[in-house]
Structure formats: C-alpha cells, structure tokens
Write a protein that binds this ligand. Structure first.
Ligand code: GLV
Length: 309
C-alpha cells in the first residue's frame, strides 16, 4: 500500500491524518517510526526531520515541508532529488499578518510605555500619533511579507517594502537590491523582518546595518533568527540605539534560559509561533499536490533548493 510518512515534533499526526485521509484513498498515513515497509513510502510530510531521515525511503516521490520557511530543509546534504513543496495557505498569511499588525500597533500606540507606567501606578499621557506619520519597513515581500505589508497599509501606516528582486504592491513604496538597503533601513521607524533565510540573507542585518535604523525605533523579527546578528541586536537594545523589539525567532531555539534578551524590559519574546501550519486549511492543498503528482501534473508551491526558497 502506498504510504505517506509524517514527521514533526510540533504538529499533530492525528489531526493531519484525520484531515488528509479522506482526500487520499489508497494511501496509508503513517508516523515515522511506525513505517513497516519503507519501499512503500512515496510521500513525506515533514517538519525538521533528523539527518538521514530520507535514506530508507528509496521510492519517495514528493516531499512536503510542513511550514512556510524551507531553510531547515534546503541547506541539508541528505535531500532526495524529488520535488519539494512548501505550504502556501492564505490562513497562514492571515495568522502572520495578525501577529505583525499586533506588534506594529503595539509600538505605534506606545503600548509598552503604558505597560511600564501601569507597573508604577503612573498615569502617563502620550498623545496618539497618526499612523500615516509612522514609517513601517517590511523587509521581504514574499507571500507572507506582502500580505502583512498590505494589511499595515490598510491601517494607514506609511509602509515601505524591500526585497531582493523588485516587487510592486499597491500603495506601498517597494525598493529592491542591496544598494538601497541602508537607505531603506534608515527610513524604517518600525522594521519588520520577513525575509526567507537563504545563504544571501544569513547575517544580512549585521551590526553595521542595524546601526542604520533610526535611533530608538522598533524591531520585529518573525522570519528567522540567523538573518540578524543577535549579539549586535542585544547590544543595540541595551544602549537604546534600538528602542524596542518583538522577537519570535532566535539564532538558537529554544532561546537559552540565560540569554540576556529574556530579562530586557524593552523586548517581547514569543516562542516561534507567529504563524504555524493550519491543518484544517492546508490539508486540502497538500492532498491536491499529491493528486497532481499522481496524474503527472506539475506540483504547486515548489521549492528550489538552489534558490533557497
Ligand atoms: C514557520 O516558521 C514556518 O516556516 O512555517
């Protein structure tokens, strides 16, 4: 019997299998570790499988990444040469945009200052700013980045976007290329990092680049920790060069308990969940890709390891 193997430490096999099975008659869904006949495994639905995971599955035809970011897959040296697809679910986009909106609005409305004042029982009036006076820079205009940028623009923020290749989004000034990056950073009162992690973006936000941000601005990272020099970010947050940060991702996850970021009053930490795979809506697209492959049609949302996303 053709088999789909599932591996994730974060996602529920029961939920995925209940939702996928009705679309995939004739295919057995199985947790890694419970596979009886590795040769029957044709499909893999995985999030960060251990090294060597694919070795026993010689007849694998399709690899589905259980998430939007594929950096943990494409860099590895044990990938089979078969199509790889990622999830591209509008509900993941909405979930991400919701997180980004929350974090941006929190800064734009000075909520951290009120949180601090409340702890001191202090009535602290700060006159609200108009959103059009707040420059929000969205770094990375892929599927998730452009969704978030459009939602921010709908709120009336002065949204600017930057990507490696030129994009065009209504109502948003889009810039591209390394030559414009420093200028883009210096015009971002609130910077939202939404780039994929690739060899080109690894360490992109170095100490020098972080220093281009307006003094006292806000920094939000929802993509990958390795895009930023975390030590330089921590220093900038402690000396006020960067005023506030909302961080969902880190260079090491879980963030070690003794990391100085935990204790910083101007940092909000969440444990890498700004957006997660949503089985209820993504299952159908995973099933559709499996059916496409079975019919000999091209798969959707294919990832290209050489490109990195
Ligand atoms: C989460 O980080 C994802 O890439 O889906």
């Amino acid at each position: 019997m053709r088999t789909l193997v599932f591996y994730s430490e974060f996602d529920s096999f029961e939920e995925w299998s209940a939702l996928l099975s009705p679309y995939l008659p004739g295919i057995t869904l199985c947790r890694a570790g419970e596979v009886k006949d590795p040769d029957a495994v044709e499909f893999a639905l995985v999030w960060k499988p251990p090294h060597g995971f694919f070795g026993p599955y010689r007849n694998l035809k399709l690899l589905v990444n259980l998430g939007a970011g594929v950096d943990s897959l494409v860099g590895r040296d044990d990938l089979p040469e078969i199509p790889i697809i990622r999830l591209s679910d509008p509900n993941m986009g909405r979930m991400m945009a919701g997180y980004v909106l929350f974090a941006v609005l929190r800064y734009a409305r000075d909520i951290p200052a009120f949180e601090r004042a409340q702890r001191e029982h202090r009535w602290h009036y700060l006159h609200p700013r108009l959103p059009s006076t707040v420059r929000v820079g969205v770094l990375g205009l892929g599927e998730l980045g452009s969704y978030a940028a459009m939602e921010l623009a709908r709120q009336g923020f002065d949204v600017r976007g930057w990507s490696r290749s030129q994009k065009s989004l209504e109502g948003i000034v889009c810039r591209s290329g390394m030559a414009s990056l420093d200028d883009f950073l210096s015009g971002s009162d609130i910077l939202v990092v939404m780039l994929p992690l690739t060899p080109q973006t690894q360490g992109l936000l170095s100490a020098e680049r972080l220093a281009k941000l307006p003094r006292g601005g806000a920094f939000i990272n929802v993509s990958r920790g390795a895009i930023v020099d975390q030590a330089a970010l921590t220093l900038a947050l402690s000396n006020g060069n960067i005023g506030e940060a909302t961080l969902d991702v880190f260079d090491r996850e879980p963030l070690p308990p003794d990391d100085p970021l935990w204790a910083m009053d101007n940092v909000l930490i969440t444990p890498h969940l700004a957006s997660v795979a949503i089985p209820a809506t993504a299952a159908q697209q995973v099933a559709e890709n499996i059916q496409r492959l079975a019919r000999g049609e091209p798969v959707l949302n294919q990832v290209f390891p050489a490109r990195g996303y």
